[in-house]
Design a protein around this ligand. Structure first.
Ligand code: GLC
Length: 800
């Protein structure tokens, strides 16, 4: 008898000929004679979902990424066919599906321009090892196409020519081009002929993306299991693509409390209590604003989560209260590994309830982390998430902790190959039991989600605050994030800038880096330059590893301290501006930082720019990322820009040298912008805001700005208690009009606005407010070109 023990290797397999087509409401199904089914679902006029099976049967439709709040519905849908293809038309997209081979092409419905086209299209390889298919997709790159996105990849903005892997990985001291690192966000945007689209490959297995790396004109993506399941999102504006993607995978469920946008100080670790107090007192003594202080793993008893070291923190409740009285919110770290210790209640409960992850053939998943040998809750089980969320009751409700920092949730395991769970570990996956191959990339996300649920419950009526290291698409609904264990080097300052921009472009705006670098120690110059960048990141925290010396704003001598203070103060002044940008992100999915390509995709110069970015809607910033610099060259995108420091006006569309000694950095404000500012406070809420400053930057022509305010915490804003000022500026040679349209039921604490004009081309001669002339002697001038008026004005008219 001859036994054939060799597996037959069939290579790439392809769909054959479409033999049937069905339409069921918003979903079209095409079946080939070799049993491949393609389902195209019209999510919106500008979003099509493509889902393939090679067996004729789909898995249960389940996604952690897609939010139930995603917009759905279309205005127009028509399906026709000719001899070669089916033609699906919405009001935004035309999609061709070839009858032979099932390849698809997508066109702009307005002008029929080809946007995205399959090369080989969907194909697959059978994998005996993995038990399923390796599902693949390849597309032809269009002429001049560039690519952006993919979460936290520490590489230049434009991804063209590179290949990437998505597998969340603990990456201590990663470097430029290290891949993969902490996050898996399988979403990218393509841009060619001034039009942009996005692809979100919603597959949680290990996925890969190749942007013209293996083959010059081909972009492909594939996964080691699961379905070929992706969303095509059409712009043509890249900012719309990102907003639609964010709508699909979710915007933050609530606005962050305003204090979370303040400055945070962290270290591994501040202990005992006297050390924590020494740090917080020093902030107040030096008058450097700070809102949050962090406790890293040493606050716990032997690294057991939800416990306190009695020696270092004998009375946490009292300490947290005292810190709070001084304006500091206490944030504590919580890791997923639960110490194996029969005396420890969290471990006991997890065992009793059978909540820990298990290996395929029975034993618990045992792994070493900070506490030594641990078991790990299966956060993909909703019951476990509920249990976990309740563990925060004491910390939050009783002790008064204001935020929780989830770390090591890739999950990180020490001293093992792959630095994580082995593939065979079992997960509930919300009732869709599977192995770690499928659950790995969402494990950290589900932990952060469970933590978020706990904070939401026990912090109520205040808003929750969570930080996570690991993330998958959609994690932005629950939490903020940082970029993991970076290094105190100039190169890492550049990387921090790239990562923050890329995360914002990937739907995740509440992001920042460990300012100054986590590993190793920065010198004062590097620290100062990093703070300058950091104040423009939505999440602004200094953090460092204890082994490498001090990293507080005063650790580098008085000259650096005053520079750091000046920039943190600027952050606090800009809080209403940043909060408004956050509100737009949370409402509309507009990223808080905009890479230049996102700001003006029609300008080819922006396609390869890395350093400059737009903060919010109107501020252009560019960090200095080299030592001993007295300034730098930078590119000014479309528009006119005022130098923040001296109001010099610069015309966009050119690259120029900008001076920036160590106490300065290139910051510019768009002409026509109205920038709201608060007074400098040592922490949010320290002062009653008795006047809102509006910095008005003159422009010949029209421009709009917004200011969003509310109670700065709590949920009243959802019931309409917010204050939104829509401001319209109209500048002419000899006059300037500002109109205000107000909405919302929140009454701000101040009565007046202090309006400061920048770049006025004329001397103010006459002021009219709401059509009434204000006599010069009655107008409240406050220095040259500054007037104080009622916050309720509807039209301000100044003339030469
Ligand atoms: C990890 C984290 C780091 C933290 C340390 C100790 O390295 O990334 O931020 O300080 O663990 O908890």
């Amino acid at each position: 008898m001859i036994l054939n023990t060799e597996l037959e290797y069939k290579g790439n397999l392809f769909p054959s000929k479409i033999i049937s087509y069905q339409k069921n409401l918003d979903t079209l199904s095409f079946t080939t004679d070799n049993n491949v089914v393609l389902q195209i679902t019209v999510q919106r006029d500008s979003i099509l979902r493509f889902r393939y099976t090679t067996t004729g049967i789909f898995e249960k439709d389940f996604s952690y990424a897609i939010t139930k709040y995603a917009s759905k519905g279309y205005n127009f849908l028509e399906v026709t066919e000719d001899a070669e293809k089916y033609i699906i038309t919405t009001s935004k997209i035309i999609c061709h599906v070839a009858k032979l081979g099932m390849r698809t092409s997508l066109f702009d419905a307005k002008d029929n321009v080809l946007i995205c086209e399959d090369e080989l299209g969907f194909h697959w390889e059978e994998s005996y090892e993995l038990g399923g298919d390796i599902v693949k997709m390849s597309k032809s790159a269009q002429e001049g196409e560039s690519y952006y996105g993919l979460g936290d990849k520490p590489v230049d903005n434009n991804l063209k020519g590179k290949r990437f892997e998505n597998w969340v990985t603990d990456s201590y001291a990663y470097g430029k081009n290290t891949d993969p690192i902490y996050k898996a966000i399988p979403f990218y945007t393509g841009l060619h002929h001034k039009k942009s689209y996005g692809i979100f490959f919603d597959n949680t297995f290990r996925t890969f993306f190749d942007f013209c790396n293996e083959r010059r004109n081909i972009t492909s993506f594939w996964a080691q299991g699961g379905e070929m399941n992706y969303y095509f999102i059409y712009g043509p504006k890249m900012s719309d693509v990102v907003a639609y993607y964010t709508d699909l995978t979710g915007k933050p469920h609530e606005l962050p409390a305003l204090w979370t946008l303040g400055y945070h100080q962290c270290k591994w670790s501040y202990y005992p209590e006297s050390k924590v107090k020494e740090i917080t007192s020093k902030f107040r003594e030096l008058q450097i604003p700070c809102d949050a202080i962090y406790l890293d793993i040493d606050y716990m008893d032997g690294f057991r989560c939800f416990t306190w070291s009695k020696e270092y923190f004998p009375n946490p409740k009292r300490m947290v209260k005292e810190l709070a009285d001084d304006g500091f919110k206490t944030i504590v770290i919580i890791d997923p590994g639960i110490k194996i210790d029969r005396e420890y209640s969290v471990f006991q409960e997890g065992m009793e309830k059978d909540y820990f992850c298990k290996r395929a053939n029975g034993p618990y998943m045992k792994g070493k982390v900070w506490p030594g040998e641990c078991y790990f809750p299966d956060f993909t089980n909703p019951e476990v998430r509920e249990w976990w969320s309740n563990l925060f009751k004491e910390l939050v409700e009783d002790i008064g902790v204001k935020g929780v920092w989830n770390d090591m949730n890739e999950p990180a395991v020490m001293d093992v190959p792959g630095k994580s769970f082995p593939d065979d570990v079992r997960h509930d996956y919300d009732g869709n039991q599977c192995s770690h191959q499928k659950a790995h990339n969402i494990y950290g996300m589900q932990m952060a989600r469970a933590t978020y649920q706990g904070l939401k419950k026990f912090a109520y009526p205040k808003r929750p605050f969570v930080i996570t290291r690991a993330a998958y698409s959609g994690t932005q609904r629950y939490t903020s994030s940082w970029t993991g264990d970076n290094v105190a080097s100039w190169e890492h300052l550049t990387i921090a800038n790239l990562q923050a921009q890329r995360m914002c472009l990937s739907g995740f705006s509440f992001i920042g880096s460990d300012i100054g670098g986590f590993a190793e120690q920065p010198n004062g110059e590097l620290y100062a330059r990093w703070i300058q960048l950091g104040i423009f990141h939505p999440f602004c925290r200094t953090h460092s590893s204890g082994d490498h010396g001090d990293q507080e704003p005063w650790a580098f001598g008085s000259n650096i301290t005053s520079i750091v203070k000046k920039f943190i103060e600027l952050r606090y002044q800009l809080l209403p501006y940043l909060y408004t940008a956050f509100w737009r992100y949370a409402m509309e999915g507009v990223p808080i930082l905009k890479s230049l390509v996102l700001y003006d995709q029609s300008d080819a110069h922006t396609h390869y720019r890395n350093d400059e970015f737009i903060f919010g809607e109107k501020i252009l910033a560019c960090p200095i990322t080299e030592p001993n610099a007295k300034g730098r060259r930078m590119y000014f995108p479309f528009g006119d820009w005022y130098n923040y420091w001296d109001d010099e006006l610069i015309e966009g569309g050119q690259e120029l040298w900008v001076d920036a000694d160590l106490d300065s950095m290139p910051i510019f404000v768009a002409a026509g912008a109205i920038i709201p500012k608060y007074p400098i406070q040592q922490y949010v809420g320290e002062k009653n805001i008795d006047e809102l400053v509006l910095d008005v930057y003159f422009k010949l022509g029209e421009e709009t700005s917004q200011v969003f305010e509310d109670a700065q915490d709590g949920y009243d804003y959802i019931k309409g208690r917010y204050s939104l000022r829509n401001l319209k500026l109209l500048g002419k040679e000899t006059s300037l009009i500002i109109q205000q349209f107000k909405s919302g039921k929140y009454t701000t604490s101040y009565e007046t606005l202090k309006i400061k004009f920048h770049g006025l081309p004329f001397k103010i001669n006459k002021i009219q407010i709401d059509n009434e002339v204000v006599l010069f002697k009655d107008a409240k001038f406050s220095g040259e070109n500054t007037i104080v008026i009622s916050k309720e004005f509807t039209e301000l008219h100044i003339t030469a």
